[in-house]
Design a protein around this ligand. Sequence first.
Ligand code: KG4
Ligand code: ZN
Length: 355
Amino acid sequence: MKILGIETSCDDTAVAILEILPSRKGRVLSNVVSSQVKLHAHYGGVFPALAAREHAKNIDKVFKLALKESGLKSLDEIDLIAVTRGPGLIVSLLIGVAFARTLAWKYQKPLIGVNHLEGHICSNWLKSIRVLTNFKTQRSKVLPALNLIVSGGHTELVLMKEYGQYKIVGETLDDAAGEAFDKVARLLNLGYPGGPIISRLAKEGNAEKYPLPQPMANSKNFNFSYSGLKTAVLYLLRDLKKITPQMKADIAASFQKAAIEVLVKKTANAAHQFKVKTIFLSGGVSANKLLREGLAQAAKQELKGVKFFKPSLDYTTDNAAMIALAGFFNYRAQKEKTDFSWKSAEADANLKLSS
Ligand code: KG4
Ligand code: ZN
């Protein structure tokens, strides 16, 4: 079965083609992502109207390239179209959905809507699709699982007791973690996106130099808050007045420590409370070394027996291969009425409904 995935929920225009063979092995035939990072850099974050305009301009080109790279001759060879239906920027989502609906109508293909967060969760299996399609044998080793999804738009802890059954057990009450990296980078005049720049600069800094607050680190729930940390950096910069390059590096390191430690701590606490067997990580911030190492260490030391699944960097940021895979599972569940309950595509419009 061949699935066309389309993703336009934020600032990446992405189209991918995935093949799932009858043997249950899968492979990504093409995975094209057109990033708008350079355009949004000027604003220090994603500017929605500009994102939508760029999606509209690029989607056909990205689609044609994905088709070409896949080696398929035409869309007639596709069995299913999967498109991100939310959450995301409405104006951006509309472009992808309209494009997908047009293709589905023109080529008379089934169309399925995919929750973006479910796509991120599924990205963890893209490197080993064989494992993913072999649920029954893997299930007892993997579930229940805890997913930490951290990007410029999301900071969520999602408990997965069963494949396709999700419950948000923690989320940010204000800014997303990636957004905090972006905003702090802007305060430091470092450029956009801030995450990679701050983590690079942090290597030259002293993380103990400026103790910064970790909002909600000790709260009993698993929610996060990042706006206070960002404001603390703002006040620190105001008080310091003259900032040397070394001071910038020290602030970057101190901020990174505060931002990441709270993610690790809350994820470990939730993993403990919900007695999970595995921890999965996805979203752009998952590239952060301190976060990957922190979770690996927590799983090994505090949470003995819990496996931390280090994600492949190929699929952690927004892409359409993860959307195609999530679409495949939802479609198969609808079609085959399998014995595990993947939520129906109609019901998956918003994960928050189940929290
Ligand atoms: O998933 P993604 O590509 O796009 C969405 O936001 O949906 O994530 C991008 C975010 C940006 O906020 C970026 O600053 C952050 O991920 N990021 C990082 C790192 N690499 C990217 N944050 C911290 N450390 C990193 N190494
Ligand atoms: Zn995303």
